[in-house]
Design a protein around this ligand. Sequence first.
Ligand SMILES: [Zn+2]
Length: 276
Amino acid sequence: MKSPLLFSLRNPGIIVVSTAVLFSCTSSPLGRRQLMVMPDSKMNEMGVQSFEEMKKATPIETNPEINAYVKCVALPITREAGDATGVSSWEIVVFKDKTANAFALPGGKIGVHTGMLPVAKTPGQLAAVLGHEVGHVIAKHGNERVSEGMITQGLASVAAISVKDPKYQSLVMAGLGIGAQYGIALPHSRTQESEADLIGLDLMARSGFDPRESVGLWQNMSAASGGNAPPQFLSTHPSNETRISALQSHIPEALTKYEAAQKAGKAPHCVKPAGL
Ligand SMILES: [Zn+2]
């Protein structure tokens, strides 16, 4: 939609009204109302730009078996995700990084660290990770967080914001949840985490991955943290029994979708390379 906000920046009184209008007409895939002031196109631009910078800064895994495996799991998830943010094709890159982390960005970008593969032990568990991350994107959680930051900073210039402008870079990186390596990561809110869990569960089931594997993933993540030094993924994705029991309560519904997907011939056969 065209934002009335862009025409009312000179009058703070109108900004409040406009924000309320936007607030009332936007909702997440699970029906939660969201406050978002950034156009999808701008978020996609930021995601693409940030991803390009990460590709320059982090070594990329070129092993064809590893790449084929990760794409085998990721592509069915992205197909089910649809193009809610105006993106119909996704780029999937495996980064050589020992931390157990994965992320997805607006603009159709997915990054998986090699360190995630020993923790997400099966294709289904990796599908749970990627479903969760893609869930953050299609629910536009980055837009929510950047919008909150913009509003906190007085809505300086939503229209003019550029990811290349250093003034906004930290806000954007933090809002997209990819600032950990720059020391500026913002944790997702509990609401966003729960939402991404349930969207991820739905995506993996509809893709033909057994949704029960999601529980094993979070248990592995918790075990991998071993107490002192939690994996990077966990540091922004708090794992707890509440999360696992919330997933478990939605598994019967997800199993119905999983069975329907299998009947429709959706049964990804992804082979994890030996030694990972
Ligand atoms: Zn998350």
